[in-house]
Design a protein around this ligand. Structure first.
Ligand code: ZN
Length: 307
């Protein structure tokens, strides 16, 4: 029996490829993007900036990698070992090189010739921010607010075009006291709701949990839900499948504050939160709901995106 969700994902992906919006790279979840796709992404980023710039966030842009030590210290490998990616490279002798070429010519596994480098792939845009803030010493009274936009990697190959292995997140990250975190999250839930609504997309905001690994992970996910630490803004993209999380609102409590020894005013451990916009997912939702030609989209939607 065929799975109706899988069929629907495949159909949507094939339509995006046929319209040239996504470009196949021969690996599930890895795509090129067309100029049209990127104009929508740019429009979304401008629309997010139009909402968030009033807070005068500090802007940080990072490459799609973080230090491997940063990944280790963040706790990511404890909670999401299945999604993490690290960069390996060849660092052997001439003999090792011959072994590598020999394996390649036989179509055999050549990974034994590779060693971990000091670089890991960024799992979420905000991971680059915490060590930078920590390195500056104790926070000032107003805390810190950062606008960050980065390519992220998650190892979850899928035929669902909205579940890419490499994608971009536009985040605002708040670091400070519990009160500052609470009002940040409330503000952004309202802002995100009205932004996505102005794009003519049906949405709901619901309590959610992260995809923690393994049996212990289920307990973590339950506790995260019970404490309402994560909310997601969901948009139906493929009707036969569960709705897609396009924006997430995360209260990390003092998890990163402890990991990086970030001190809030008065010496308490800082709390952190982030709001993350999945720009590819929102772009896909726009194509799904308004059609494959942005010129045909409702004027109100095009105005928001500057298209
Ligand atoms: Zn984040």
């Amino acid at each position: 029996m065929t799975d109706p969700a899988a069929e629907a994902y495949r159909r949507f992906r094939d339509e995006l490829l046929q319209h040239g919006l996504l470009i196949s790279m021969g690996v599930d979840g890895l795509f090129g993007r067309s100029g049209t796709f990127e104009r929508v992404v740019d429009g979304l980023n401008a629309a997010i900036a139009a909402v968030g710039d009033v807070d005068r966030p500090e802007v940080m842009r990072f490459p799609p990698g973080i230090g491997r030590l940063q990944l280790e210290k963040s706790g990511y490998l404890r909670n999401f070992p299945h999604l993490a990616g690290t960069v390996a490279s060849f660092s052997g002798s001439d003999d090792d090189h011959r072994t590598l070429l020999d394996s390649l010519s036989k179509g055999a596994d050549w990974s034994a010739t590779q060693r971990q480098t000091g670089v890991a792939l960024t799992p979420a845009a905000c991971y680059g921010v915490y060590p930078v803030i920590a390195s500056r010493g104790r926070l000032r009274e107003e805390g810190a607010l950062v606008d960050v936009y980065t390519w992220c990697f998650r190892h979850e190959p899928s035929i669902d075009p909205a579940r890419m292995q490499m994608f971009r997140q536009r985040e605002h990250v708040r670091i400070g006291s519990e009160d500052q975190i609470a009002s940040f999250r409330e503000t952004w839930m309202e802002r995100a709701r009205s932004l996505v609504d102005s794009l003519g997309l049906p949405l709901t905001i619901e309590v959610a949990s992260d995809p923690f690994f393994g049996r212990a992970g289920r307990l973590l996910a339950n506790s995260q839900r019970e404490r309402s630490l994560k909310f997601e803004l969901l948009v139906p993209i493929v009707p036969e499948a569960p709705r897609t999380a396009c924006v997430s609102f995360n209260d990390h409590r003092d998890l990163f504050g402890r990991a990086w020894a970030i001190e809030a005013r008065g010496g308490d451990t800082a709390h952190t939160a982030c709001v993350g916009f999945g720009v590819e997912r929102l772009t896909l939702a726009l194509f799904r709901h308004h059609g494959y030609v942005p010129g045909d989209w409702p004027v109100s939607v095009r105005n928001v995106l500057g298209l």
